[in-house]
Design a protein around this ligand. Sequence first.
Ligand SMILES: [Zn+2]
Length: 358
Amino acid sequence: MSLPPLHQTLADLVAIESISGNEDAIADYVCGRLERAGVRFERDELHNVTAFLGPEKGKSLCLSGHMDTVPAASGWEQDPWKPTVADGVMTGLGVSDMKSGLALMLDVVDWELSRPVILAFSTNEEGGVEGQVDGVVNFLEGHRPDSALILEPTAVGEHIYISPGCQGNVAVRYTLEGRAAHSSRPERGDNALYKAAHLVAEVERLAAGLKPAPLHSGMEALPVMAVTMLSGGVRHNIIPDRADVTVNRRVSPTEDMDEVVAGLKELGPGSTAEYRGPYLLPADDPFYRTVMAASDKVLGYADPFFFRGWVDSSLFADAGIPAVTFGPGTQGVGHGPGESCILANLDRCRDVLKELLS
Ligand SMILES: [Zn+2]
C-alpha cells in the first residue's frame, strides 16, 4: 500500500513490536529518523530517547509519547503487528495508544520551528517491567521544559478533545486479622472474613455517596471508589484468621488527596498500594489557552475533556510544568483487539501542532 509519509511512519511504528521492556528496536527506528534529520538527541540505557529541536532561545515545549505497548489482547482477527488500512482507518496494536502520537513527533523533526521543542520518547509507560519507572520520570530528572503536550489519544470519532487534567488514583490494601478456630466451634475464633464483609459493605455505602464535581470550562470530575480485590480463608473447616481487601479510589482535583487517604485509612488497618495525585490546570493557564486557541483556529472548535483515569501528563504537572493531553489516537480503543486510528485525525493534529510551533 502507498501511504502519505506521516501515515507511513505510523505503519512503520506499528510494525515494530515494542511491548514494555522490549523498546530497543523502536528506539533504533526513532534514533535513525533523528540521525537522518541531523537532530541532537540522547538515548539512555533504558532506551528513553530525548531530542532537541528548533532555536536555542525561547520558551521550550516538550512533546511527550511512550514507545511501549501492552501485549496483544486475545481476539485479534489480524496480525497485530501488520497494520492494515481500510476506509481511512488504520488497524494494528498501539496504533492509537500511542504510536499515532509518536508518528507526529517524528514529523516535527523536519519542520521549521519558532521555539525550542524537546521530544521525549519514553519507555515502560504501560508498566510492564516491574521495578522500572515510567520513562517520563527519568526524563523529568534531567530536563525542565516550560510546558508539555502529551500526545495520548483524545479523539472521539473525528472530534479531538483537549485535556487539561486528570483524576488521581489511590489504592489501599487492608489486612484484617482474626483468630483461627475449628469451624465446628466458630465462637472460639474471630472470623476475619466477617470483618472484611463489613469493610466491603461500608465501601459500597461510601461509594454511593460520591458526587460529580463541577470543574471549569464545563468539565466534570467523577470521583468513584470500588473494592477491587478480596481474599481470605485457607480451608473449608477453619475459621479464617486473615482477610485482605483492596479498595481503589479515583480522586477529583477538587478534593484533598491526603484527606481522602486519611479517610480510607479510618476504614481499617491498611497501607497505601498506589498514590498518584489528580491535577487540573487553571482555566486561565496561558499554555492551556494557547492550545485551545490553536485548536479553535485550525479545527473550528476547542473542546476540553477531563480524564477519569490517571495519565502521564500528571507527572509533568507534579514537576510544576503545565501539561495538556491532546493526541490523534481514538480514546478507549487501546489495550483491546482491533485497535484502530482514524488517519484524518493525524492530519488534524498535525495542523494544530503546526499552529502551535511555527
Ligand atoms: Zn498510552
